[in-house]
Design a protein around this ligand. Sequence first.
Ligand SMILES: Nc1ncnc2c1ncn2[C@@H]1O[C@H](COP(=O)(O)OP(=O)(O)OP(=O)(O)O)[C@@H](O)[C@H]1O
Length: 234
Amino acid sequence: MGTISVDGVTRRLGSTTALRDVSFTVDSGEHVGLFGPNGAGKTSLMQLLSTLASPDDGRIRIDGDDVTPDATAVRAKLGVVSHRPMVYGTLTARENLRLHARLRTVDTARVERVLEDVNLRTHASTRVADFSHGMTKRLSIARAVLHDPTVLLLDEPYAGLDQRSAMDLQRILTRFDDRTVVIATHDLERAVDDCDRALVLVDGTLERTVSLTDRDRHSFETAYLEAVGRSELQ
Ligand SMILES: Nc1ncnc2c1ncn2[C@@H]1O[C@H](COP(=O)(O)OP(=O)(O)OP(=O)(O)O)[C@@H](O)[C@H]1O
């Protein structure tokens, strides 16, 4: 459950080729980091995996279902945390999750369990407009896992968080370790802890795959900088 297959995927945006013949697979329960400089194609790839866009060439399958014709079946397996929190500021955390549970036809009893998972039980009755950035991010994760997906797609989950909130979030994400996870991030340090494998995109091409299980932080950073060239150093 939760296998991903990306096969020869190309994505064009206007005159830009955002992704060029990208292929990789992710095993069930594996945690993969997506890295690359600005404009490398990370968000474009996350959008395709999330079924928000379709490849111009190639195929993406989740558990064998193609993200284009089988988008509805695929969406049921996906939990997506993107740049936008996708929660309502005028509602409380609990109201947001109950609303989402009804839309997803999920038993509302699960809302309390998920609030607990992301450490928001004591703030469940607070309006989201009054939440800090870190709390809103945790609520986005709660929303994403409410229907118990097998695959979690996290686009820059640590962006804008201070050290303490990022550490809290990292700890919370380990509670969902049994799922397949794809995480796009510029945070090389946390990636070494979070991921089994790193995929490095450069100018839309999958430049390098690095196993993180037997690497320390320094050797991953070296491999990353070799892959992206000097552009990251300037
Ligand atoms: N709507 C669009 N129209 C045209 N080109 C686009 C569009 N969105 C992205 N691009 C281009 O596609 C390429 C890949 O962009 P993408 O946002 O996927 O990269 P990224 O790795 O997520 O970058 P960042 O780290 O800055 O978020 C870039 O050259 C970008 O300028």
